[in-house]
Design a protein around this ligand. Structure first.
Ligand SMILES: Nc1ncnc2c1ncn2[C@@H]1O[C@H](COP(=O)(O)OP(=O)(O)OP(=O)(O)O)[C@@H](O)[C@H]1O
Length: 330
């Protein structure tokens, strides 16, 4: 009888008790950016790291991309340790950090990509083909001959994306990749992430945008204050998005506002109603699909300057995760 031994597939990212402390020397105060993080991302997954500013997302990406050493703990990419096997890790990852740095603004996108492709050892036909494919893929083919210095932030961000893919990486780390992109470019970006998933690549994407995480990720890990709070499915995020909405109204005459404060507070699913000087109202909802009813009530009362907003991630965290008794900064 033949026996088959099954070995567990190597995760794309595996992090164990990872800790990173900044400062602490020459009287600089210590900042604990990562405080004992455990994370496993299976190969082929699009995994979101969702957290507010200062949560520790960039620090984790930097450690995984071997440009920052951890203070303690371990991290591996496709089984290769990020401290002891930096070469092996670097050959397998592509990194896209947000911001303006790292592009040669006097060169064209094609020249930028040719340069980076040559650093990956590509030459001749292979190099030209890779660069052309990437320019097409990120929607910069038509601007391939223009200098980068005249580009919008969104276009520069797309070039960053192309740069991250130039080495044909198995694991792609995207740190706030849609910062500066307009909504159309952000939608195209989502298609690009789907393509990367279709090619079997693993994507670790950091964001503070719940809707973005919900739209592109297979699973999402919530991080705050250097700690991982929970890993959720996108369906959970979409429930939060429809549960925690904020409706704001302006130009509400005082007598109408007075009446509406009581009326709206009675609606099922409304958590709070506040008057906002000089003539505004703010309504916080805490149940699914409450916002449409609030909007209807406002319009019925003759209030037309209304809008819905998504509360900040910190606020959503405080409501849902705070309730579960997990540590969240207030
Ligand atoms: N070089 C540094 N020196 C000192 N403190 C730092 C340094 N880099 C980051 N920090 C601090 O570490 C914490 C985590 O920062 P990090 O940039 O990893 O968070 P983030 O989630 O990526 O936030 P953002 O979305 O603002 O980029 C923050 O309190 C930040 O101020």
């Amino acid at each position: 009888m033949s026996q088959t031994t099954q070995t567990a597939p190597v995760p794309a990212v595996e992090v164990h008790q990872l800790r990173r402390v900044y400062g602490g020397r020459r009287r600089a105060p210590e900042v604990v950016a990562l405080d004992g993080v455990d994370l496993t991302v299976p190969a082929g997954e699009v995994h979101g790291l969702l957290g507010p500013n200062g949560a520790g997302k960039t620090t984790l990406c930097k450690i995984l991309s071997t440009v920052l050493l951890p203070t303690a703990g371990e991290a591996a990419v496709l089984g290769h340790d990020v401290v002891r096997q930096t070469g092996a890790v670097r050959r397998r990852i592509g990194i896209v950090f947000g911001g303006e740095r790292g592009l040669y603004s006097r060169l064209t996108p094609r020249q930028n990509l040719q340069f980076w492709a040559s650093l990956y050892g590509l030459r001749g036909r292979e190099l030209r083909d890779r660069v052309d494919t990437l320019l097409e893929r990120v929607g910069l083919a038509e601007r391939a001959g223009h200098r980068v210095e005249g580009f919008s932030r969104g276009m520069k961000q797309r070039l960053h994306l192309a740069r991250g893919l130039v080495g044909d990486p198995q694991v792609v780390l995207l740190d706030e990749p849609t910062t500066g992109m307009d909504p159309v470019a952000a939608r195209e970006f989502r298609t690009l992430v789907d393509e990367l998933r279709g090619e079997g690549r693993t994507v670790l994407l950091t964001t503070h945008d719940m809707a973005e995480a919900e739209a592109v990720c297979d699973r999402v890990t919530l991080i705050d204050g250097g700690r991982l709070l929970a890993t959720e499915r996108p369906a959970t995020l979409s429930r939060w998005i429809s549960t925690f909405a904020r409706v704001v109204a302006r130009e509400v005459p005082a007598p109408v506002a007075e009446r509406l404060v009581d009326e709206l507070a009675q609606l099922p699913g409304v958590a709070e109603v506040h008057r906002v000087p000089p003539d505004g109202l703010r309504v916080e909802t805490a149940a699914e699909e409450t916002a449409p009813g609030v909007l209807r009530a406002l319009l019925d009362a003759g209030v037309t300057a209304v809008a819905t907003e998504q509360p900040s991630l910190e606020e959503v965290y405080l409501r849902v995760i705070g309730d579960r008794g997990m540590g969240v900064r207030s």
